[in-house]
Design a binder for this molecule. Structure first.
Ligand SMILES: Cc1cc2nc3c(=O)[nH]c(=O)nc-3n(C[C@H](O)[C@H](O)[C@H](O)COP(=O)(O)OP(=O)(O)OC[C@H]3O[C@@H](n4cnc5c(N)ncnc54)[C@H](O)[C@@H]3O)c2cc1C
Length: 432
């Protein structure tokens, strides 16, 4: 196989967003660490309210998970609704679910308002059942979501699956028409440019090395040391996701960095593309160790999964290419002779309780834990944190829940136990 180890999405961006060349200012209203969906959405929202933010990005805008993902803009959360309700209570979970729907509207609104050409489309998502038991559980899940959140999902029995997917291996499916698809690299690039237009200043290749709270003349502020110099900020917003560094040790302890990998085929003939995904849905399966896949706007099959559990490296990316190709052929034997042209990996930001979180740590604002829902959720959280910084009441349901630290062995910088977690989920998939 001659597969390029590179991110297909990135190559679709004709004019990447760039940082400014000037020196860091002496002081700024808000220093934002990380230029992904979360940091850029916050910077845009702050700018629109007249608050000056400096976005400090260690690499390039969107370099992290935000330009590497599947581009699935999904409703709901990772955990099943009964688990959520028993943990957090009905009222809070209803607000969380409403936030997940609102976050998709927000992405759509930003794309429209800013004129971002990123193939945003309300194509819906399809969850396919890998076992009969999984399909049986779909009916109960759909009824509960209708009852609790008044949100409609549609069950697709096995006999009607051909209208949704050109694969024979599944036992049925669940459709949510509210979800959307996007080209994430074009979206995050557009978001960066819109933050700049709103008044934020973007500093790329500027790694934050340390942060210290201090009091100058009785006024509280933060001293931010970066690879490009230092600045003072009245507020700090940490939007560093799975790539959170030792500069913010308290937050880093909370992150479980999980590798996820994607391949993209050569463009498919239109008839074959239509056969594989007749309604162009965002598709994922019902396993813990799941596959997610979709067509790209130019009709490639983009197929992802946790082929290796470790954060990406040259060797995990290389190994993932063949593993994912085998997975793809298992779903779609029609692609046996199709060339895979791209493979890349990225790191997902999981919290130990598999929930998104936001709030304050060491007096700094943060949002993290978006897992596979970050396209919409990180955009929404960034906007919400900007509101809190501007003095809005904090009505974010995710800031009200406890945020557990990750166990040693699963944390950023110390991930020796990740293969054990991977094994646990594989066993769970085998037995349930
Ligand atoms: C392969 C893959 C597939 C995925 N698929 C989907 C999907 O289909 N749908 C979905 O909703 N979600 C998906 N996700 C998850 C989603 O991409 C993330 O949740 C989301 O992008 C997180 O955005 P963010 O802004 O919080 O973080 P990121 O986009 O990761 O940005 C964090 C940035 O912080 C910077 N940074 C870190 N430390 C420092 C420092 N000290 N100084 C300066 N900068 C720093 C990093 O360089 C990075 O650019 C996927 C993720 C991966 C990896």
């Amino acid at each position: 196989m001659s597969i390029k180890q590179s991110n297909y999405w990135r190559g679709t961006v004709s004019e990447p967003a760039k940082g400014v060349s000037q020196a860091l200012p002496e002081s700024v209203d808000v220093a934002i660490v990380g230029a992904g969906f979360c940091g850029l959405s916050a910077a845009r929202a702050l700018g629109k309210r007249g608050v000056h933010a400096a976005v400090l990005e260690a690499e390039a805008p969107g370099w992290g998970a935000s330009c590497r993902n599947g581009g699935m803009v999904l409703t709901g959360m990772k955990l099943p609704v009964p688990t959520l309700i028993s943990r957090y209570g009905r009222e809070l979970v209803q607000r969380m679910y409403a936030a997940s729907l609102e976050s998709i509207d927000l992405v759509e609104q930003i794309v429209k308002e800013e004129g971002i050409a990123c193939s945003f489309s309300r194509c819906g998502h399809l969850e396919v059942a890998c076992k009969q038991g999984h399909f049986d559980a779909f009916a109960e899940a759909a009824a509960r979501i209708k009852r609790e959140f008044n949100h409609e999902l549609r069950i697709v029995p096995r006999t009607e699956l051909r209208e949704e997917i050109g694969s024979n291996i599944y036992f049925g499916a669940l459709v949510d028409e509210t979800s959307a698809g996007v080209n994430p690299a074009q979206y995050v690039t557009g978001l960066a440019k819109s933050a700049h237009r709103a008044g934020a200043t973007l500093f790329d290749h500027t790694r934050v090395l340390s942060l210290r709270e201090e009091s100058v003349g009785g006024a509280r502020s933060f001293f931010v040391e970066t690879s490009r110099g230092c600045l003072r900020a009245k507020e700090v917003l940490l939007a560093s996701g799975a790539y959170t560094s030792p500069a913010t040790p308290a937050l880093r302890k909370k992150v479980i960095p999980i590798g996820s990998y994607i391949i993209a085929t050569e463009p498919l003939p239109p008839d074959l593309a239509r056969e594989l995904s007749p309604r162009n849905r965002m598709i994922y399966d019902s396993k813990h160790f799941l596959y997610y896949y979709r067509l790209t706007p130019d009709n490639r099959m983009l197929f992802g999964g946790r082929a290796a559990f470790f954060p990406e490296s040259d060797s995990t990316v290389r190994e993932s290419a063949e593993l994912l190709r085998q997975g793809m052929i298992g779903v779609y034997p029609q692609l046996r002779d199709t060339k895979v042209e791209y493979v890349w990996g990225g790191t997902l930001d999981f919290a130990f309780d598999v929930m998104p979180h936001s709030g304050k740590l060491d007096d700094m604002h943060f949002a993290l834990g978006f897992a596979g829902h970050g396209v919409a959720a990180a955009t929404w959280m960034g906007m919400k944190l900007a509101g809190v910084i501007c003095g809005d009441p904090d009505d974010n349901p995710f800031s009200k829940i406890p945020f557990p630290s990750a166990p040693i062995g699963l944390r950023s910088g110390n991930t020796w136990a990740l293969p054990l977690a991977g094994l646990y989920y594989r066993l769970l998939d085998f037995f349930t």
